[in-house]
Write a protein that binds this ligand. Sequence first.
Ligand code: UD1
Ligand code: UDP
Length: 365
Amino acid sequence: MLITSIVGARPQFIKAAMVSSVLKKKKIPERMIHTGQHYNFKMSKIFFEELGLPEPAVNLNVGSGSHGTQTAEALRKIESELLSHPPDAVIVYGDTNSTLAGALAAAKLNIPIFHVEAGLRSCNQAMPEEINRIAADRLSSLLFVPTQTALFNLKKEGITKNVHLTGDVMYDSLLHFSRIAEKRSYIMKKLRLNPKDYQLLTLHRPSNVDNPHQLKKILGLIQDTANIKTIFPVHPRTEKILKPIKKQFKSTICFIPPVGYFDMLMLQKHAFRILTDSGGIQKEAYLQKVPCITIRTETEWIETTKNGWNRIVGKKIENLKTLLKAEKRPGAWKAFYGSGKASFKIADIIFKWLRKNKTRYTKSS
Ligand code: UD1
Ligand code: UDP
């Protein structure tokens, strides 16, 4: 019996952490492939260290490149790995190019695919992630959906079989690692921050950061409107564009390198509010009960927008100014993302699936 997990980008390490640990508890052998899509210490290794993830069996060192190049390189190398170490199934997470490459490589070899965080839709095909999600969902044998909305999205596309509503694995990670982060993170001290006296900002979507005018506009709106300090851990994609324009925002925005998960959880918890274009961080803001403004035209995490917890900027970036000025206490909070036991549910379903399909897929157990 062997499960191969395919990860490659920052949010995937966080999604895989608890699932991997439960697979181990259930004695389901796992082989982890790291595509190498993210490779800087603070985008990759730090998460393996903090989250206690097993050292990947192999790092394919795919690195950066255009979508075609990055996906093709990952596909080619994953295929070779799956041929040399044939698993009973592969697990792919989320919606990155590593997810797509993993799903394609497995599908072409008739290896069953289990998709964790299936069914998410932004209904915006200009987002590379939307293409990746749709493809991964269509090719998967087991689809683990985090929310009712995701279940409904799949139903609309005619995908109803082998879909399991498990809750969100990122909630499992948040609950588990927050306790550790409280003890191990010194970021509040290091940056001399007091709870609620700053806002947290992250930006990495191509539509916000690849064009320097757009990035400048966003930072300008924040600088002009907000009367509190902004802490901005900068994604390397954003850093490239930001470098020449950083200086003009330094009086109000504190630019720092990407932070590890423990520091991120603490920065989120104590923030007055969070401004972001990240999928994961919007949801974590909600889970940490911190108001959020999402600097995007839409969100796939629509539950977070209920009762004003997450407000979406929309098509006109100037709307950010209005939202920043009109801060209101959000209303009632509901548990939309499960109970923090998604990883256990997923591992249980995988275990049963492997037993049921033993004769077909399992070479030895
Ligand atoms: C990717 C995912 C996105 C996810 C994000 C999480 C795709 C299509 N996009 O976007 O869905 O939200 O990860 O962070 O898969 N870079 C470095 N060092 C690194 C990693 C990246 O310098 O360790 C720089 C490179 O210049 C690279 C750029 O960041 O070209 C973008 O990296 P890439 O992995 O292609 O996309 P992300 O924007 O990180
Ligand atoms: N994250 C982190 N340090 C950072 C930025 C993000 O630990 O400097 C974590 C964050 O808490 C969340 C995940 O990385 O769990 C989200 O990753 P990202 O925003 O890169 O991707 P997305 O969720 O948009 O795909």
